[in-house]
Design a protein around this ligand. Sequence first.
Ligand code: EPZ
Length: 437
Amino acid sequence: MEQYIIKGGNPLVGEVVIGGAKNAALGILAAAIMTDGQCMIDNMPDVRDTNVLLQAMESIGATVIRKGPNEVTISGKNIDSSGDLIVDNEYIRKIRASYYLIGALLGKYKKAQVVLPGGCEIGSRPIDQHIKGFRALGANVKIEHGMVIAEAEQLHGEHIYLDVVSVGATINIMMAASLAVGNTIIENAAKEPHIVDVANFLNSMGANIKGAGTDVIRIKGVESFHNTEYSIIPDQIEAGTFMVAAAATRGDVLIKNVIPKHLEAISAKLTEIGAEVEESDDAVRVVATRRLKHTQIKTLPYPGFPTDMQPQMAVTLGLSKGTSIITESIFENRFRYVEEMRGLGASIKVMDGNTAIISGVEKYTGATVAAPDLRAGAALVIAGLAAEGYTTVTQIGYIQRGYERFDEKLRGLGGLIEKVDSEKEANKFIFKTGTVS
Ligand code: EPZ
């Protein structure tokens, strides 16, 4: 199995370019089948989750033409809606964002059968709010034999109040409502940048959505959608991951192709613990020359501190002076990396399942660790880059779900990291870097 092998101790220095936002791309790609026209989408991240979703879309007849790793043209014209529109295969069962096909297919064809997305490594991940929204719009939704089956004579606008601030439910309901008859209001909507990006994409196809990015989204249903060309926003979490990696390795990194506004919570926290963060129009520079300080963090929906940056900050605070506290308020099982971090010498204790007490240590020492999920995997790579000696990170398939060319980009910053899939290759890396300080 492929693994990352890392020789730690080198500060990350240089420039890195951020790719398109995975969590915007997944909603946008699914929404693209809602038109019989052509959607030309670029700045799409070439990661496992987007590639699996494109495969699932092709499996129901959508036209998907790759114009390169980050550009794709999609049309829903050839989807055969006479059938049951069943989306179920071994690949789609691996990604949660399959549920966006329910909102897209229900919106356009008034029916969808999509395999129920399972829980995942960070929590049970229910979709009750998605289903509540679809039912409010007039759809019959049932779960049978592990499939979500949704259908409607017609979808009509409705005033929907989400019980939980949910990114997925907000995007899914927004998609279905955009082709309903009448007006929909979504209250208590999520406000993440990727919600705004999906709304902008839908509007570029002819939807009429206002208020995305606030907690009240107003949608006037339209008849149908037309062609569009669209470029996906930069990935806030990939950018944040490199910002934190620069700080954790006491480096100096210019992170390019970002929207600084989307990174404010991360920039504020890094500044608070002693890193220097310089913002320009489409880049941020992070410099950390001395040991960082402790802080307290509570993950919150946007614009609060993002849960997807929680593991990366935790491993950085594990090397800071003093004791830090991180409270994970979004997911119930997002500290599974703490066990792995013990192997590197971290001193982190999880209380009541959602609060980590982090006592800063002077250094980490390299070890073999297993990535428990996407963002925790990235965090363990950061820890390995900061550790003394060699670290091996296994189960890196999780990381490849959401980070494009992660090891390549880190090497571009002077990180000593390689993807290997044999003992022989690992030994070659150790031999090659053994003499490098
Ligand atoms: C999206 O997941 C992201 N995934 C997650 O990123 C991200 O962590 C999360 O939003 C929060 O920002 C994608 O966009 C593909 P939610 P999503 O619905 O939409 C509860 C990553 O690393 N909830 O906002 O599934 C839920 O249990 C991934 O890129 C319900 O109770 O998250 C959670 O506690 C990990 N009922 C909270 O809401 C529902 O119907 C927030 O979940 C839906 C959600």
